[in-house]
Design a protein around this ligand. Structure first.
Ligand code: ZN
Length: 294
């Protein structure tokens, strides 16, 4: 399942091909993905030029010349690719295989320097969806999201405001999209390990009596940024290697420190711990009981 770094990798792969391109025709091969396409969706896109490809949390935001925003969420199996051998090099970032029965959205584009392009969105399990909105704040998906973890507004002070007096475990507190946008199950485990904080620790324990963040919370803010940045950095190259090696699904599997490593030795230098798995709110959490302190 793509998390924030994977979506950012897709965004970076798509941007040079889509920015400046005019949308000539949109063909929807179904009426819905996870949700129905909004009424007049294809017509609203046709004739528009994509001015920028952005991202908010795990949403791709294709900004249109008329001012509206085409919003896309990849769900679990959503992938974009370009049709045709001419664009092989670009398409490898989103290679979904050759099964065209899942090609749900086909977009014909004209790019000023790259010529005619066909962008295809396919989504085997159809947990992804698309929408079109006038402004970000009009979207029920974007409205109320907390700061971007890699943006300037995210930090320990901001988290301390949210965590003060909260007895929720750190795992749940970090998954709250109002606290930080786009952080999912995998990178919460990774960030807590990086900051040596146990996922069951109560959120309020990381806030000082004064309401200021503790040193551990400062470490956590750094840990969140570090694990995401490393995954994004690994994205391009790892994705290419993965695809070359096995021609598979198109999402890279980053080497995680704790995620999905139950029973393996903790990678923290000098730590003798063994990674443990617990279930919190119905989802697996991985941590080291030795170097991650309550
Ligand atoms: Zn450890």
């Amino acid at each position: 399942m793509p998390e924030l770094p994977e979506v950012e990798t897709v965004r970076r792969g798509l941007a040079p091909w889509l920015e400046g391109a005019r949308i000539d025709k949109v063909t929807l091969n179904r009426r819905d993905l996870r949700f129905p396409f909004p009424k007049g969706f294809a017509e609203a896109l046709e004739g528009q030029t994509i001015t920028a490809v952005g991202r908010r949390a795990k949403y791709l935001l294709f900004r249109l010349s008329g001012g509206r925003i085409w919003l896309g969420h990849l769900g679990m199996t959503g992938v974009f690719r370009f049709a045709g051998a001419k664009f092989k090099d670009a398409s490898r970032y989103y290679e979904p295989g050759d099964d065209i029965k899942h090609d749900h959205v086909v977009v014909s584009l004209s790019h000023p320097t790259k010529g005619r392009l066909t962008l295809i969105y396919s989504d085997a399990r159809r947990f992804g969806f698309m929408d079109i909105v006038d402004r970000e704040e009009d979207s029920p998906y974007l409205n109320g999201l907390g700061p971007e973890p890699l943006g300037n507004q995210f930090g320990a002070a901001e988290m301390a405001l949210r965590f003060k007096g909260k007895s929720a475990p750190m795992k749940a507190a970090l998954l709250d999209q109002r606290v930080v946008a786009g952080l999912g199950n995998i990178y919460v485990s990774e960030a807590l390990h990086r900051a040596h904080i146990r996922p069951t620790t109560e959120a309020k324990k990381l806030v000082l009596k004064s309401g200021k963040p503790s040193a551990r919370l400062e470490l956590l803010a750094e840990g969140v940024r570090a694990v995401l940045n490393e995954a994004i950095k690994a994205g391009g190259s790892t994705l290419r290697d993965f695809r070359d090696a096995d021609g598979g699904s198109g999402y890279f599997q980053h080497r995680f420190a704790v995620y999905d490593r139950e029973g393996e030795p903790c990678p923290t230098p000098g730590c003798t711990g063994t990674i443990r798995r617990i279930v919190q709110s119905g989802r697996s959490t991985f941590y080291c009981p030795v170097c991650q302190k309550p």
